[in-house]
Design a protein around this ligand. Structure first.
Ligand code: GYE
Length: 307
C-alpha cells in the first residue's frame, strides 16, 4: 500500500513538532513543507520553534506530553541529552519521530528517524573536490555546522573519507559557522585574514549552503573570485546556492530534501492506525549538483517550495 493511501488515517490527530529554529533556508523549507503536509492530511500540528536551544526543545516536548498529543516530531538540535525526556514520552506511550538529525540514545526511545545519510553527503562533497582538482595542491577551509549536531559530526567525517585518497588535498582550518549565513561569512573572513588574504586557499567546504553563501560574500569582499580563485562546495541544494552557480560563484552542492514530513507522517499513520512498526532509519536521497545541472532551472524549481 503506498504511503499516500495511509495518509488518510491522520485526520484529526494532534501531533507536536519541536523545530530547531530558522537558522537556514533549508530549515525554513522543512518547516513550510511539514506545515503544508499536516494541513493536507488534516493533522492538528502543534508547532514549537526552539530558537536553536535544546532546553527549549525539551520544554516543548514536556508540553506535548502533558497535552497528551498523539505523536511527536522533533528535529534534535544536538545529538546528546535526550534520554530523560524521550523516556517520559515513551512512558506516556507517545511515539516520537526524529527529523533530519540523529541522536545518541537507545533506539527504543523513538519510533523512527527520517534523515539523509550525512556521512555520504560529506563523502560526495569530498570526492567531487578530488575529481575537480586532480593532483594540484589544494588547501581547504571547512565551515562546520552546529557543534555537537549529527550533521556536523557526520559531514566532517564523510568529507575526510572523501579526500583521504588525495594526499594533495588537506583541511588547513576548520571552525563552526553554526549553519548560518552570517556566521559563515564571519568565520570565512577570519580564515582569509589568517591566510594572508586567502590567495593560498583552494576551496571552502561548508556543511550547508547558507554558510557557503556567507563565505562567498566574504571571498568577494577580500577581492577574490568565489567559484574560481576559491572553489565552493556545500550541502542542502537551496535556491540561493543555484543562484550562486548561475553567477559562477559556487561549484557544487549535495541535495538534502526538505520533505522529511512525508515519510514521517506515513510511518506514523501506519503505526497509529495499523500498528505497523516502521524501519528504524528512513534514509532520504543525496544527489550532487554542479553548474552542469541547469542551476537556473533548479533555482526556479525550488523557489516556490517555501525556502
Ligand atoms: O543541512 C542545515 C540545517 O539538520 C541536516 O540543519 C540538517 C541541517 C541542514 O541547519 O541547513
Amino acid at each position: 500500500m503506498s504511503s499516500t493511501a495511509y495518509a488518510e488515517g491522520l485526520a484529526g490527530k494532534v501531533i507536536g513538532f519541536s523545530q530547531i529554529g530558522s537558522e537556514s533556508g533549508w530549515r525554513a523549507a522543512e518547516t513550510s513543507v511539514t506545515k503544508a503536509e499536516a494541513e493536507r492530511l488534516g493533522v492538528d500540528l502543534k508547532f514549537a520553534d526552539a530558537q536553536q536551544k535544546q532546553e527549549n526543545q525539551i520544554k516543548a516536548l514536556r508540553g506535548f506530553i502533558a497535552q497528551g498529543v498523539d505523536a511527536i516530531l522533533i528535529a534534535p538540535v544536538v545529538s546528546t541529552g535526550w534520554e530523560e525526556v524521550l523516556t517520559e514520552a515513551k512512558d506516556a506511550e507517545i511515539p516520537v519521530v526524529l527529523l533530519d538529525r540523529g541522536i545518541d540514545a537507545p533506539e527504543d526511545l523513538y519510533l523512527t528517524s527520517v534523515a539523509s545519510d550525512q556521512v555520504k553527503e560529506g563523502r560526495v562533497a569530498g570526492e567531487w573536490l578530488v575529481s575537480t582538482v586532480g593532483d594540484r595542491e589544494c588547501k581547504v577551509v571547512e565551515l562546520q555546522g552546529t557543534v555537537g549536531s549529527s550533521p556536523a559530526i557526520n559531514r566532517k567525517q564523510g568529507f575526510e573519507e572523501g579526500i583521504a585518497s588525495a594526499s594533495n588535498i588537506s583541511i588547513i582550518r576548520s571552525q563552526t559557522g553554526d549553519f548560518t549565513r552570517s556566521k559563515g561569512k564571519e568565520v570565512m573572513e577570519g580564515f582569509l585574514k589568517a591566510e594572508g588574504g586567502g590567495a593560498g586557499i583552494c576551496a571552502v567546504y561548508a556543511h550547508n549552503d547558507d554558510m557557503a553563501v556567507g563565505a562567498i560574500q566574504a571571498i568577494k569582499d577580500a577581492g577574490l573570485k568565489p567559484g574560481s580563485d576559491i572553489l565552493v562546495v556545500s550541502i542542502d541544494a537551496v535556491p540561493d546556492i543555484f543562484a550562486a552557480m548561475v553567477s559562477g560563484e559556487a561549484n557544487a552542492t549535495v541535495e538534502l530534501t526538505p520533505n522529511m514530513a512525508g515519510p514521517a507522517f506515513a510511518a506514523l499513520d501506519a503505526y497509529l492506525n495499523a500498528g505497523t512498526v516502521p524501519e528504524k532509519f528512513i534514509i532520504t536521497e543525496s544527489k550532487l549538483y554542479t553548474p552542469a545541472d541547469d542551476p537556473q532551472g533548479e533555482y526556479d524549481r525550488r523557489k516556490g517550495l517555501g525556502y
